[in-house]
Write a protein that binds this ligand. Structure first.
Ligand SMILES: *Cc1c(COP(=O)(O)O)cnc(C)c1O
Length: 402
């Protein structure tokens, strides 16, 4: 078991994660198999990463094909696969240009830099502060930690990167009060993930768009977890009928390959000229070969309809679970295939996550004592049913312990 004395002595991984003592060997669709051959239903998808399920045949084929041709050349040269992926992302969104990174945090860093540079480029060098929201999560780099403002994540890593002001979500007056002549942008996750699967109201998102328009600010959406079809629309902000100026993507974008992207309008990205930003690996041919397949699959007719159908099935089943286990589940959260079970005080989400693992269904915790479900978008109705039946057994197991 992890945490026991003997464990550390033969494990040389820096112990920054509280890992479960299970290792998986292979996966297919929404199923994972551990080293003993036990099958698990994956309702977590690597925290929303495995958007097309494990080892999707077309992704595997694209990776093999590109792997035999060319892996990496550096951004000193044109990369046609990246140009194709950027064109697809722009065609399906508000954006005109894309910067590719290797992770979500780097995509948010690129978004922050794009916003700051926009104003510096226009001669407004003092305008560099970004308004963010309580409960946010934007990554673990020094810049994105400061943006997220989570005291537990910041502790011990002083000095925090300046330039962020955090206000409560859904509090219009707090946003207006935070406005000053040094504010450049507003940064928000349309559905907060790590913070506890909290869907920001469409009204509040529209309010933020209005504030940015009225005050000449840039609106940045972090759709790293809620984007790429997760909520039943390609991007979560589509539900509110508005668009941002800049958006960070990652997680589901690569279907398991580490990749992120910062999308922007030409106007917002006006300052991002040659030499202003870079990444050695960002957008390399191997990553882009995978991203192109993910984007093509998501653009297939019926893809989002399937997500919506599975989301409805999940919603109905979660309501049944919440009713059947009202002693444990206090409420439901989220949107589409990004859902949370809010647990009652006195029942730790870590206990349900562990009980679920015992029943061989994978979920994970989120802030505010929430248990998070982010199944592959391609999950079948049968896999979903099986996973939820196991979750039901886990809830029963937990109830018997309380
Ligand atoms: C996961 C996540 C990040 C950070 O992504 P990494 O790839 O871990 O750097 C940032 N923002 C949101 C909303 C996320 O869910």
């Amino acid at each position: 078991m992890f945490g026991e004395p003997g464990f550390m002595s033969d494990n040389h991984i820096m112990p920054t994660y509280a890992r479960a003592d299970v290792a998986f060997e292979r996966g297919a669709g929404a199923r994972l198999f551990d080293e003993q051959g036990n099958d698990y239903i994956d309702l977590l998808a690597g925290i929303g990463v495995i958007s097309l399920g494990h080892c999707h045949p077309r992704i595997v084929a694209a990776l093999k094909e590109q792997g035999e041709k060319l892996w990496h050349v550096s951004n000193l040269f044109r990369i046609p696969q990246a140009e194709a992926a950027a064109a697809k992302l722009c065609a399906m969104s508000f954006a005109d240009v894309v910067f590719f990174s290797n992770s979500g945090a780097e995509a948010v860093e690129a978004a922050i830099k794009t916003a700051r540079k926009h104003f510096a480029h226009a001669g407004q060098t003092r305008r560099n502060r970004i308004i963010t929201f309580a409960g946010a999560f934007h990554g673990r780099t020094l810049g994105t930690l400061a943006a997220g403002g989570n005291p537990a994540h910041l502790a011990g890593f002083d000095p925090a990167c300046p330039g962020f002001t955090q206000v409560p979500l859904e509090d219009e007056q707090a946003v207006l009060d935070a406005l000053a002549d040094d504010v450049a942008a507003i940064l928000v996750e349309p559905v907060q993930g790590e913070g506890g699967i909290h869907a920001v109201s469409d009204d509040f998102l529209r309010f933020l768009r209005r504030v940015c328009d009225e005050h000449g600010l840039l609106l940045i959406f972090d759709e790293i977890q809620c984007g790429m079809g997760r909520t039943g629309r390609m991007f979560a902000h589509e539900h509110a009928g508005i668009t941002p100026d800049i958006m960070a993507l990652a997680k589901g974008l690569g279907g398991g390959f580490p990749v992120g992207a910062c999308l922007a309008t030409a106007h917002a990205a006006a300052g991002m000229t040659a030499g202003t930003h870079g990444s050695t690996f960002g957008g390399n041919p191997l990553a882009m070969a995978v991203v192109n397949v993910v984007l093509d699959e998501m653009a297939q007719p019926g893809f989002l309809e399937h997500v919506k159908a599975m989301a409805e099935q999940l919603d109905a089943a979660l309501h049944d679970l919440a009713t059947g286990h009202a002693d444990i589940v206090a409420g439901l959260r989220g949107r589409g295939l990004m859902r949370g079970l809010q647990l009652r005080e006195g029942v730790a989400n870590t206990d349900l996550v562990a009980a679920a693992r015992e029943e061989r269904v994978l979920v994970c915790g989120a802030g505010q004592n929430v248990v998070r479900l982010l199944p592959p978008l391609t999950i079948t109705g049968e896999e979903l049913d099986e996973g939820l039946a196991r979750l039901d057994r886990a809830l029963r197991r937990l109830a018997s312990q309380h």
